[in-house]
Ligand binder design. Structure first.
Ligand SMILES: *[C@@H]1O[C@H](CO)[C@@H](O)[C@H](O)[C@H]1NC(C)=O
Ligand SMILES: *[C@@H]1O[C@H](CO)[C@@H](O)[C@H](O)[C@H]1NC(C)=O
Ligand SMILES: *[C@@H]1O[C@H](CO)[C@@H](O)[C@H](O)[C@H]1NC(C)=O
Ligand SMILES: *[C@@H]1O[C@H](CO)[C@@H](O)[C@H](O)[C@H]1NC(C)=O
Ligand SMILES: *[C@@H]1O[C@H](CO)[C@@H](O)[C@H](O)[C@H]1NC(C)=O
Length: 474
C-alpha cells in the first residue's frame, strides 16, 4: 500500500469503534481473586443459573442454560438489575453453540463459573468407582467444554467436581478429583491463551470439609497442576434472622482462616424460613468475613420445584420477579462496593503448603493421605498436546440487540418497561445498584457503570485523528 493509503487505512481503523466489549479477566493471587488489569480485588456477587433445573440441560433437544440468546438477554438484564457480577452454570452441552449467551453476559459485565460435568452416565466421576469413569471419553467431553468457553474474558473458572466427596467416598475419590483438576489445568496451559482457574465445589458436611480443602489445595511438587485454584462451599447454615455466630459462619471463618486460595460460597441461601431476608449477604461482605471469603453465589436464579428461585418463568413465555428478588436486590445495593474491591497484599502473597499426611486431620475416618495420583488414561496426553477433536471452539461475538423482547412482570405484577442489557465499557463489571428498565408507575431506575462511548472515548479518538492528519500533511 502507498504511504497515503496506509495512513488513511489506520485512520479508518482508529475511528471504528471496537467490535466487542469485554470484561477484564480475573486471576487468582494467593487467597484473592484479582482483576488482571486493574489490580483490584474481585469478590463474587453471584447467582446459580440453571433455568429448567436439571431438565434445562437436554442433550436431545440441544438445549442448556446458555443456548438461547433471547433468554440469556432477558436474564442478563435482570441480573444486572439485581446487582450480580457472576453466574454459575452446572450442566453444559459442549455440542451446543454458546457464543451469543457468553457474549451477552460478557457485555453485561457478568462473569461465568462453569461446572464441566453433567448428570448423564460417564459425564462425571462415579464416586462409587471413580476408576471406571475416569476415562479418555470422559476427559474428551471435559476438554470440549473448555474449548467452548476458553476464549471468553468473562470466564472466571471451572469446577472439576461438585459434591463428589461424601462420607462413603473419602478414600479413593479425592485423588481422582486432583487427577481431573490436573488434566483440566494441563489442557488449559497448552490450549488456552490465559490461565483459567480450576477448582472444586464442596458440600458443607463435617467432619470431612477441612480435610477436603486441605487435600485438594496443598502442593505436590511433581504434580503441581493438580492443586485446585479455588474452593467453593455450598453452605445453607444461615436461615432467617440469624447472626454470624448463630449461623456457624464464625466456625467457617475460623476453619478456613489459613486458606491459601480463594474460598467462596458456591451456593448459599437457606429457605427454611420464608420469605428469605438475605441478611447473610451483609455478613458475607463484612470485615468479619472478607479476610477469608471472596463472596458467593445465591442459590438460585430460577424458581424450580425446590422453591429456591428469585425469578419465575411462566408458561406464556413471560417471567415474573418474586419477592425474594427484591429483597436480595436491596441487600446487594446496601453493600459498600468500593471497600469490597480493595486487595490485601498479605493475602495475595500466600503460597500453598506442601502436601503431607499431617495436613489431614482424619476426623472423617479414612480420608485419603495418598498423594500419588492416578495416571492419565491413554490417549489423553495427545488431546492435551494437540487439542481435543470435534470441539466447538467458542468466540466472542458482537452484541447488537440489547432490548429484551419478552415481557417481565415485577413482583407486584406490573410489566417492566424498557428492560435492556446495559452494555458496559471494557473495564467494567456489573455492580449492585445498576439497573435498566422501570415498572409502570415507578421512577426510572438509575443506570450503573458508564456505558461505552462516553466523552473520554470521543476525546481519545479526536486526538488520535488529529495526530494522524498532522502526520499525513508532513
Ligand atoms: C461408560 O463407560 C464405560 C467404560 O468406558 C463403558 O463400558 C460404558 O458403556 C459407558 N456407559 C455409557 C452409558 O456410555
Ligand atoms: C486468622 O486468625 C488470626 C488470629 O485470630 C488473625 O490475626 C488473622 O487476621 C486471621 N486471618 C485472616 C485472613 O482473617
Ligand atoms: C402470563 O402468565 C402470567 C403467570 O401466569 C400471568 O400473570 C400473565 O398475566 C400472563 N400474561 C399474558 C400476556 O397472558
Ligand atoms: C476405613 O476403611 C476401612 C476399609 O475400607 C473400613 O473397614 C473402615 O471401617 C473405615 N474406617 C472408618 C472410620 O470409616
Ligand atoms: C495411591 O493412589 C494411587 C493412584 O490411585 C494408587 O496407584 C496407589 O496404589 C495408592 N497407594 C496406596 C498406598 O494406596
Amino acid at each position: 500500500m502507498a504511504p497515503m493509503k496506509t495512513a488513511l487505512f489506520s485512520l479508518a481503523t482508529l475511528l471504528l469503534p471496537s467490535v466487542v466489549q469485554a470484561v477484564q479477566p480475573i486471576e487468582v493471587q494467593g487467597s484473592e481473586f484479582i482483576n488482571s488489569v486493574s489490580g483490584k480485588r474481585f469478590q463474587m456477587i453471584g447467582v446459580a443459573y440453571q433455568p429448567g433445573g436439571s431438565s434445562g440441560f437436554n442433550p436431545e433437544a440441544g438445549t442448556d442454560p446458555l443456548s438461547d440468546a433471547n433468554i440469556c438477554r432477558r436474564d442478563a438484564a435482570l441480573m444486572q438489575r439485581l446487582g450480580v457480577n457472576t453466574l454459575r452454570v452446572y450442566n453444559l452441552n459442549p455440542d451446543v453453540n454458546h457464543d451469543e449467551c457468553a457474549s451477552i453476559f460478557n457485555a453485561a459485565g457478568i462473569y461465568m463459573i462453569l461446572d464441566v460435568n453433567s448428570p448423564l452416565p460417564n459425564q462425571s466421576l462415579n464416586r462409587g468407582a471413580p476408576w471406571e469413569s475416569y476415562s479418555s471419553d470422559y476427559l474428551a467431553r471435559v476438554f470440549q467444554v473448555v474449548e467452548n468457553f476458553k476464549a471468553f474474558p468473562n470466564l472466571l473458572g471451572f469446577f472439576s467436581g461438585n459434591e463428589v466427596i461424601n462420607e462413603e467416598s473419602v478414600v479413593e475419590v479425592p485423588g481422582y478429583i486432583r487427577a481431573v483438576t490436573r488434566d483440566l489445568k494441563d489442557y488449559i496451559a497448552k490450549q488456552a491463551d490465559r490461565p483459567i482457574p480450576v477448582g472444586y465445589s464442596a458440600a458443607d458436611v463435617r467432619p470431612m470439609l477441612p480435610d477436603t480443602a486441605a487435600y485438594l489445595s496443598c502442593a505436590i511438587a511433581e504434580e503441581a497442576s493438580s492443586k485446585i485454584d479455588l474452593f467453593g462451599l455450598n453452605s445453607y447454615s444461615w436461615c432467617g434472622d440469624a447472626s454470624f455466630d448463630s449461623s456457624g459462619y464464625d466456625t467457617l471463618v475460623a476453619d478456613f482462616n489459613a486458606t491459601t486460595i480463594p474460598i467462596f460460597f458456591s451456593e448459599y441461601g437457606c429457605i427454611e424460613v420464608k420469605p428469605r431476608l438475605f441478611t447473610e449477604v451483609a455478613a458475607l461482605y463484612s470485615d468479619q468475613m472478607t479476610g477469608v471469603f471472596s463472596g458467593g453465589l445465591i442459590y438460585e436464579y430460577t424458581q424450580e420445584e425446590n422453591n429456591y428461585g428469585l425469578v419465575e418463568f411462566n408458561d406464556n413465555n413471560t417471567a415474573s420477579l418474586l419477592g425474594d428478588y427484591d429483597t436480595l436486590q436491596r441487600q446487594f445495593a446496601a453493600l459498600d462496593f468500593t471497600k469490597i474491591q480493595s486487595a490485601d497484599a498479605s493475602a495475595t502473597a500466600l503460597t500453598p503448603e506442601p502436601c503431607s499426611a499431617e495436613l489431614i486431620t482424619g476426623a472423617a475416618g479414612n480420608f485419603s493421605t495418598n498423594f500419588t495420583l492416578p495416571s492419565r488414561p491413554s490417549g489423553v496426553d495427545d488431546m492435551i498436546n494437540n487439542g481435543v477433536p470435534n470441539a466447538k471452539t467458542g468466540r466472542l461475538v458482537e452484541v447488537t440487540e440489547t432490548s429484551v423482547g419478552e415481557t417481565v412482570y415485577d413482583s407486584s405484577g406490573n410489566p417492566i418497561q424498557g428492560l435492556a442489557v446495559n452494555v458496559l465499557a471494557d473495564d467494567q463489571s456489573n455492580t449492585p445498584g445498576s439497573a435498566t428498565g422501570s415498572s409502570s408507575g415507578a421512577n426510572p431506575s438509575q443506570t450503573g457503570a458508564a456505558p461505552r462511548g462516553g466523552w473520554m472515548d470521543s476525546a481519545v479518538l479526536i486526538v488520535g485523528a488529529l495526530t494522524l492528519l498532522a502526520a499525513l500533511s508532513v
